[in-house]
Design a protein. Structure first.
Length: 288
């Protein structure tokens, strides 16, 4: 397959429940009606990029069930190539999401079919690929193998370090772009009071730190570039980080600089939080 943007990652069905507040330990809290929508960090990133006009494929896995059909339909309707999405005997991954009135969310992921994604699935998939994005809702050995294989093939590699996991120094050193939010950056550097420039010390050639409503910081050997976000009223932040990742990859594949790609990505993420759900909230290029 020839595609310019390759996403290696998860595909989950999102079961979203609005709540006034999150339950504490041992507590039951009543919520609103459950909404079911397509999600997963990999699928979300792919859809976000495709809706902006990128030529994008997802390498992932779903189950032979209704949730798998939901995900494949959403990917195809958004223009994502699904030839590399395996159907397995495991159930499709599910994310259980609570959303409070301020738009903030808490997420529990049951990986299901995503755990079936193996390093061998990545072999021979890089023809024509300019940018690969990989995230961590799939097995870590597959992530690290994909990073090494893509780097060897001359593909620009972006790792979204979410959810947080300890990756090898070799993997970090093979990255063109390390994408983290503030919490992930603090965890990786071992301090809440960190200097974003220190992210380059762990290996990547560049990094982007997302900061929600405050935008993002781009880190390169030339220094730091702050990117402001448009001011919007957040309704649901589910999948906003994936929207950012997809938009970043789409712009990089078009030849944009990392700073310009981040400027586009914060606009896409800002639009996404004004709408409910993950993939259903992602804008088309003409809406930015």
């Amino acid at each position: 397959m020839n595609t310019e943007v390759l996403i290696v990652g998860s595909a989950n069905a999102d079961l979203v429940v609005p709540v006034d507040r999150r339950p504490g330990g041992g507590e039951t809290v009543l919520g609103g009606d459950t909404e079911i929508s397509p999600g997963g960090k990999g699928a979300n990133t792919a859809v976000a990029a495709a809706r902006l006009g990128a030529d994008v494929a997802l390498l992932g896995a779903v189950g032979d069930d209704a949730y798998g059909t939901l995900l494949l339909d959403s990917l195809r309707e958004s223009g994502v190539h699904t030839d590399l999405v395996r159907t397995t005997k495991r159930p499709t991954g599910i994310a259980y999401i609570t959303v409070t009135p301020d738009g903030e969310n808490s997420i529990l992921v049951s990986p299901g079919a995503n755990t079936a994604l193996e390093p061998a699935d990545v072999d021979g998939v890089f023809d024509g690929v300019k940018v690969m994005v990989v995230s961590l809702e799939i097995p870590l050995p597959t992530v690290e193998y994909a990073v090494a294989a893509a780097a060897k093939a001359g593909v620009r590699v972006l790792l979204n370090l979410s959810p947080m996991a300890k990756v090898s120094p070799a993997t970090l050193s093979a990255l063109d772009v390390l994408l983290v939010n503030e919490h992930e950056a603090a965890w990786l550097l071992g301090s809440d009071d960190y200097d974003p420039a220190a992210l380059l010390d762990v290996g990547p050639r560049s990094a982007v730190v997302t900061m929600g409503a405050r935008g993002a910081v781009v880190v390169t050997v030339d220094g730091l570039t702050e990117v402001d976000s448009p001011k919007v009223e957040a309704v649901d932040t589910t999948g906003a980080g994936d929207a950012f990742a997809g938009a970043l990859a789409a712009s990089l594949a078009e030849g944009a600089s990392l700073a310009d790609a981040a400027r586009q990505a914060v606009r896409v993420a800002a639009v996404s939080v004004t709408r409910r759900g993950a993939q259903p909230s992602y804008p088309l290029a003409g809406e930015i």
